[in-house]
Design a protein. Structure first.
Length: 560
């Protein structure tokens, strides 16, 4: 603790380490705490080595003897040619420990190499054993014991050498990473630090506890999931082991050591008021004017001279100024249209609901360095009920995909995030888990199942070109057959998806003649879904027929 006399006030450097961090989507709220015994009177406390925080976010609170007041909170800048020594010293100490470990491994490698040289030299003397046997100075058992010893020792030395090589590569990789981090810190483009100045007044002597909080950029978090499914051929229902993880990254230039961590879904960057609506204008599209080629004329000397091109009676510069808003209006219209296309126990987090936001508080203290690397903390670990079915859309892909429908039976909201999928311990791939409230379900695909075969084939295509009495209308009839066969040894719940054509032109008509068996679901855009429970070695067929009517002079696109 350092004390400075400033007029009638006393400035004291207060050590206030980081105690809690709340991470948002694009920033973090850092809370520091420190205590000090003070005499009655006015004091100025200074908390040093703060990062480039959002100045308007700095807040101070505290507790002290009765009558204690916080008079002012301010910020001062400390300019450094490189980051403060405390940060570099920590990295340097970690680097020295790694280098000492490397030296120890090198010493072990040297001792091992000396022993292997001695063992080779001992083996080169094996011809002396033959002489000893011939002269009766040694027994055969002595030779056998010697060769057994050298063989076993050589094997142990080879294994030890390989293990040391692996350890050496690992330590060298850690040293290289630490050197890069140290170089980045030393060459930081913004090494300066801030200091918080808090002026307080104590009516009587006693202990004052300061709580300092501020927002910093350069921190973020996002959810991630680990979904592990165990399934046998007979199962139609089961359980999924789901691990809900928060992935935190930060490059705030502060080391978060042994801090309480909270992950919040609040978005402090968004305004708290509803944006004002602008009028929605429609206008008739006007094609932009066509630029004419430059016109060349001859002057009195016969030299070609380029005159200013005229567009719709306006000079080129003026016309360009007029054409620019038109192009911008066209682009705005396109953008507007596009916008309407629409095992061991795990320490988990406690979930809090604060207004419209969720806060996940880690179940233990964490260490997160300022390295912008992903650091994971477990939010929840649950076993969730699920059902299985097999889905295929043969118009796109005739493979059948195993699907799990998972029920969120917890009281925790699952936020949108990537999920790694494992089936019976084998990695399947990644998918996206959409936002899922308690009691809702979400679906994940678990890979292709070759036990079910699906085939889609065109079984009819007939054309009636019509006559003059029919107005020159061309009618084409199509029929498709879908065949599903369950080769698996157990019953399967199968979902088949297909579609019928939908006309987007008033002169083109589509008439559905038959769909057998009827689809369980049929949307207004003719998306069809069938669901079957198929016994082992069972087969199911689906057929549908439709006609497409069009004028003879109209060419269609979209028919497959």
């Amino acid at each position: 603790m350092s004390i400075y006399i400033l007029g009638e006030r006393i400035m004291i450097d207060l050590d206030a380490p980081i105690k809690e961090v709340t991470v948002y989507a694009d920033r973090a709220l850092v809370s520091r705490q420190g205590s000090i015994n003070l005499e009655a009177g006015e004091h100025e406390l200074r908390v040093n080595n703060l990062p480039q925080l959002l100045r308007d976010s700095l807040r101070a609170a505290g507790q002290g003897p009765q009558g204690t007041r916080i008079l002012n909170v301010d910020i001062a800048t400390a300019y450094y040619s490189r980051p403060p020594e405390s940060e570099l010293e920590t990295l340097q100490h970690e680097l020295e420990l790694l280098q000492q470990n490397k030296q120890l491994l090198e010493a072990r490698q040297g001792a091992l190499n000396d022993r292997r040289k001695w063992l080779r030299a001992l083996g080169e003397q094996s011809r002396d054993f033959a002489k000893g046997l011939a002269q009766g100075q040694m027994k055969p058992q002595d030779c056998a014991d010697f060769f057994r010893f050298t063989a076993e020792q050589a094997l142990q030395d080879a294994e030890a050498a390989q293990s040391l090589d692996v350890q050496m590569k690992q330590v060298q990789g850690e040293i290289d990473a630490k050197l890069r981090e140290l170089a980045r810190k030393q060459g930081s483009s913004d090494p300066d630090r801030l200091a918080a100045l808090i002026t307080i007044e104590l009516a009587q002597a006693g202990e004052f506890s300061l709580e300092l909080s501020y927002l910093v950029m350069g921190a973020s978090w996002h959810p991630q999931y680990d979904v592990r499914v165990q399934k046998t051929d007979e199962q139609k229902e089961g359980e999924v082991e789901l691990t809900y993880v928060g992935v935190v990254q930060q490059s705030t230039s502060e080391r978060w050591e042994n801090v309480g961590l909270a992950l919040s879904t609040a978005r402090p960057s968004l305004a708290a008021v509803l944006p004002e609506l602008e009028p929605w204008y429609l206008n008739v599209y006007t094609p932009p004017p066509v630029l004419r080629a430059p016109v060349y004329t001859a002057n009195a000397q016969g030299t070609p001279k380029m005159t200013r091109a005229m567009i719709a009676g306006q000079p080129l510069a003026a016309s360009a100024e007029m054409a620019l808003p038109e192009a911008m209006n066209e682009m705005d219209e396109e953008e507007a249209q596009a916008s309407y296309s629409v095992a061991a126990n795990v320490a988990t987090a406690a979930v809090e609901q604060t207004g419209t936001a969720l806060i996940f508080r880690a179940g233990r203290s964490v260490d997160i360095p300022s390295d912008n690397s992903p650091h994971k903390t477990t939010i929840a670990h649950n076993n969730l009920p699920c059902t299985f079915d097999y889905v295929s859309a043969p118009v796109l892909d005739e493979h059948v995909h195993l699907r799990a429908t998972i029920h969120n039976s917890t009281e925790t909201m699952f936020l949108r995030g990537d999920a790694s999928i494992f089936l019976s311990g084998e990695y399947v791939g990644t998918t996206m888990v959409e936002t899922t409230a308690p009691s809702e379900t979400f679906k994940v695909f678990l890979g292709i199942d070759d036990g079910i075969k699906v085939k889609r084939e065109l079984i009819e295509r007939s054309v009636d070109k019509g006559s003059l009495l029919q107005g020159g209308i061309r009618r084409t009839t199509y029929a498709y057959r879908l065949t599903v066969h369950n080769y698996a040894p157990a019953a399967r719940n199968v979902v088949i998806r297909d579609h019928l054509p939908v006309s987007q032109h008033e002169r083109v008509k589509v008439k559905v003649l038959s769909v057998q068996p009827p689809a369980k679901e049929r949307s207004k855009l003719e998306l069809l879904t069938w669901e079957f429970t198929m016994a082992p070695d069972a087969e199911q067929q689906i057929e549908y027929r439709f006609t497409v009517e069009q004028p003879q002079d109209v060419r269609l696109i979209g028919l497959k």
